[in-house]
Design a protein around this ligand. Structure first.
Ligand code: BJW
Length: 240
């Protein structure tokens, strides 16, 4: 099967008009942002249940806030890589529907210039006040318990989705999948639901599916086609 999108588009695939792209930590790995699982991943230093659950936050808020303060600070020093740039280029030129659904809390898609981006696991650049439910753009630390700019309560947490919480904008994501002709998954291990289930849902609706990842993901067998290697190489090749 031809690899580049142009070849897919011109080939016997029929017209591809609407695209949903799922991205995970692997797309930002070459920008220097740690992935979660595997060698060198964040979960090697922190048990997931200690930092990425509402129970952990209730039990030890300092630990959780420090973990996110550290990551917020680190992410702001990183830059988009050629994979983010290639997707931004695709976004700006693509006439049909296109949605980049990212599980990442970094803003590297946006900083590369992509506009049609949905953060299903939230963003490190917002604080969420659990007292008044308002989200505020946030770049500083949270561990000192600053007051919410809206209501003054010291009830700010990172605006990210932890295990056991509902990811954002699921209706919009499933709506885009229903309309899609192509679903592409980039740099995600396929370990975390509901994102890990999108490929099966897409297939069930007759959507073509492609995986681009460093190695076979947990869901690799579900994809029509899979290419394995670095996102900074594969994604520009695919977009060209
Ligand atoms: C490269 C590369 C390079 C490296 N180039 N590639 C059974 C069925 C369904 C659900 C569940 C279930 N059992 C339990 C659940 C629920 C749970 C879950 O999935 N648990 C699993 C552990 C089984 N899910 C939830 O609780 C979710 N909520 C939920 O289900 O609500 C109910 C609901 C029901 C029905 C519909 C909708 C909702 C919430 C999940 C929240 C996840 N949160 C985190 C933290 C976010 C904040 C933060 O950033 O700290 O999200 S956990 C973490 O994992 C983060 C990531 O977004 C997410 C996925 O990780 P990702 O991106 O795949 O990273 P890695 O590290 O795993 O993989 C990187 C990949 O890149 C690897 O494959 C590398 O090879 C590759 N790579 N370098 C290309 N250079």
């Amino acid at each position: 099967m031809p690899f580049s999108l142009a070849a897919w588009f011109m080939g016997d695939m029929g017209n591809i008009r609407n695209i949903v792209i799922l991205t995970g930590a692997g797309i930002s790995a070459e920008s220097g942002i740690d992935t979660f699982r595997g060698g060198g991943g964040l979960w090697e230093q922190h048990k997931v249940e200690d930092v990425a659950t509402p129970e952990a936050f209730a039990r030890d808020p300092d630990l959780v806030l420090r973990f996110y303060d550290m990551r917020r600070e680190a992410i702001q020093t990183k830059e988009p890589n050629p994979a983010h740039e290639a997707l931004a280029q695709l976004d700006s030129g693509w006439k049909g529907e296109l949605l980049i659904v990212t599980q990442n809390v970094d803003d590297l898609h946006e900083r590369a210039g992509a506009k049609r981006v949905l953060h299903m696991h939230g963003t490190h650049l917002n604080a969420w006040c659990t007292a008044c439910d308002v989200r505020t753009p946030w770049r500083d630390t949270l561990v000192e318990r600053p007051p919410c700019p809206e209501c003054g309560e010291r009830a700010l947490r990172p605006d990210v989705v932890w295990f056991g919480e509902m990811p954002y904008e699921m209706e919009r994501i499933y709506g885009a999948l229903r309309e899609a002709d192509l679903f592409v998954s980039i740099g995600t291990s396929g370990a975390v639901y509901p994102a890990a289930g999108f490929v099966r849902e897409a297939r069930a609706m007759g959507v073509r599916t492609l995986e681009l990842n460093l190695e076979p993901s947990q869901g690799t067998a579900w994809f029509d086609d899979a290419r394995h290697g670095q996102a900074s190489k594969l994604v520009p090749q695919w977009v060209d």
